[in-house]
Design a protein around this ligand. Structure first.
Ligand code: ITT
Length: 182
């Protein structure tokens, strides 16, 4: 039987989709997946990158879509890797990030969720403060093994309620509130 979806998540990253799907399910929204390698413009603004990705995805699929652009911003590195988080992960990885840090380990994760259909282009943000661990802990994707959300002592990879507090959850909650009243 074909499933019917309310809208689609366009991304090359299946982990992001799986988390977004679970979170939106909890708000009663069924999210389908367009697995697609979205071209990213070079910009210091997650918002600009996200808007461009959302417009491209809508033009390609002609269905209401959301896309997500994330960044891990590390205080002592002046916000690096920020908008370059995907590239930094693929190149220096978690080990490389850990090698760059000393005492100040403060960081934040930011998610921008952008919705696009025929008429509307609208973005929602979610931010989560935390710290970078001294070593990799737990099994998880991306920066999960090194990011410790504030008020906890464990990394994203070690906790079982990531989807109730993450940057992604916060942005998708704002999105859901708007979408369900649209
Ligand atoms: P798209 O195709 O959707 O662009 P992407 O993986 O390139 O997928 P981003 O540009 O948003 O996604 O890259 C942000 C990177 O930050 C991502 O590749 C991960 O390495 C990392 N990241 C984002 N959210 C994360 C999370 O919840 N846990 C761990 N790492 C995360």
């Amino acid at each position: 039987m074909r499933q019917s979806f309310d809208l689609f998540f366009a991304s090359s990253n299946n982990y992001k989709y799986q988390e977004a799907k679970k979170i939106l399910e909890s708000f009663g929204i069924k999210l389908g997946f367009f697995k697609y390698d979205l071209e990213e413009i070079q910009s210091n603004s997650l918002m600009d990158i996200a808007s461009k990705k959302a417009k491209d995805a809508f033009l390609k699929y002609k269905k209401p879509v959301i896309i997500e652009d994330d960044g891990l911003f590390i205080n002592s590195l002046d916000g690096f890797p920020g908008p370059y988080s995907s590239y930094a992960f693929k190149t220096i990885g978690n080990k490389g990030i850990l090698n760059l840090l000393k005492n100040n380990r403060k960081a934040k994760f930011v998610s921008i969720i952008t919705f696009c259909d025929k008429k509307i282009l609208k973005s929602f943000d979610g931010k989560l403060e935390g710290t970078i661990s001294k070593s990799q802990k737990g099994k998880g994707w991306g920066y999960d093994p090194i990011f410790i959300p504030k008020n906890t002592r464990k990394t994203f990879a070690e906790i079982n309620n990531k989807n109730e507090l993450s940057h992604r959850y916060k942005a998708l909650k704002k999105f859901s509130n708007w979408y369900l009243q649209k």
